[in-house]
Design a protein around this ligand. Sequence first.
Ligand SMILES: [Zn+2]
Length: 296
Amino acid sequence: MSIKCPYCQQQNPSSESREVITSHGSFFRKSDTAKVCRFLCKPCGKHFSLATFSPCYRQKKRHLNQRLFEQLVSGVSQRRAAFLLKVNRKTIVRKFIFLGLASYHYLQEDRMQHPPAVEIEFDDLETFEHSKLKPLSVIAAVESGTRRILGFRVARMPAKGLLVRRSLKKYGFRKDERKEKRRALFSEIKPHICEHSLLKSDESPHYPSDVKKFFPLATHMPFKGQRGCVVGQGELKGRGYDPLFSLNHSYAMFRANVNRIFRRTWNTTKKPERLALHLAMYSLYHNLFIIHHPAR
Ligand SMILES: [Zn+2]
């Protein structure tokens, strides 16, 4: 067995050898009724077990992870999830962060399994943190046709229109992170997109220069926007043919399944980072279970 000691990083020279690491009984884990093997590292005298290497190490309620994940990507609020699973709200918050970070990891792994995308669509979705005076923009890129979510970023942005004065008075200057986040997204998804791909977006004046910079050989096709607003019915309301259908459909799915961006919701985002974790969870579920994969 080629197990490494997590403390001193040593391991047995061969799989038959017990020179460095030897088995040292087992224990019964109550939370999921599993028998877990323990080991002893002879040089450093420390014990460890197979559980030490698990991403769920030291979790006492690991059996709830899957159910909680399914609830969080199906429109259930964290508060309601705590009620349904009969655990404390703080447990849910801790697991929410754990599941979100894990989802980022698995999203990345899943992206590697697919051939580079030939046709993609990208755009911004608007929501807010805490109050409409503090808007957020979610930029996402989706593969046309399959609706696979390639990546997204959450950016803070200043209020617009009639809200500008109230926002400035109440919360002061608000940084616009959209440019920086858009570039971060482009550089992240670049390896997963064909050099000569077709990129579709709306006619935002900010897009062409960044597209040229990150995807010099790609063709950029801007379309006249038919965008929704923060309230009322949203992205899918467009009449007739929608050139950005895959993207707008995915946005509508975000809106239908991530409770904090439901329209007319009670729930609001309090921290943009948590919105990103929530979207990572939904994107993973969307890519793995919701859309149809010709490759599978
Ligand atoms: Zn050791």
